[in-house]
Design a protein around this ligand. Sequence first.
Ligand code: TYD
Length: 242
Amino acid sequence: MKKPLKEVSRGKTKQVYSTEDPTQVILEFSDRITAGDGKKRDELPNKGVLNCGISTKLLQLLEQTDIPTHYIETIGKDKMLVRKLEMLPLEVVLRNIATGSLIKRLQMIKEKTVLKRPIVEFFLKNDEYHDPFLSEEYIALLEIATPEEIEEMIRLAKKANDVLLPFFKKIGIDLVDFKLEFGGDTAGILRIGDEINPDSMRLWDTATGRILDKDRYRKDLGQVIEHYIEVYERVTGKKFEG
Ligand code: TYD
């Protein structure tokens, strides 16, 4: 059994622990939730377990389609054993439907427009500078990633969407957009890291348009955890027992 050795970093919603194997770390999903660059923050009981379960299913789906991720094994209700990655400070966003920062930046695009083809955007992961949008040239200018790495992230984000979009469609959910983070493993292979769950994606119920994701928290819509439970149950096909 893999044991957490010591905490090596603490993010806004997850802790990272080293293990006896220097190429592997343990991610522990907490009940913390934050928005507005961490200005708004709360604890929502069970959120860690829900997001660990949802991320497990979605990362397994990607791995089964030969999309390289950091996922190895889920080793507890709120813990995942993953490959240690050297993370790039980027938020890679794939959009199928226009909303959020896209319609703020391009006001000629109407909210809820279905994009003719998915688009991929990059943001700098930096709360102090409020996650600014980055063009591919900006990424090169800041020496964050090479042009080849940028191409590979776009390719993998689109390939992930080709798996996730039909998966969600089958369970009656529109995958509006999602955010990925990437890093290089100890062999230098670029992999999807971090987490994939309603904290980092927009999910709308196809039949009713009801918001099922973290926008319920950002926009004070209420019943956040009830909706995460619904996503957990629809994604995993299992009743949530807590
Ligand atoms: P986006 O519309 O760019 O940002 P905002 O939420 O500020 O309107 O977000 C697109 C998707 O990516 C959405 O599902 C939220 C997710 N995302 C994150 O999880 N973290 C981030 O730092 C960013 C920029 C986006």
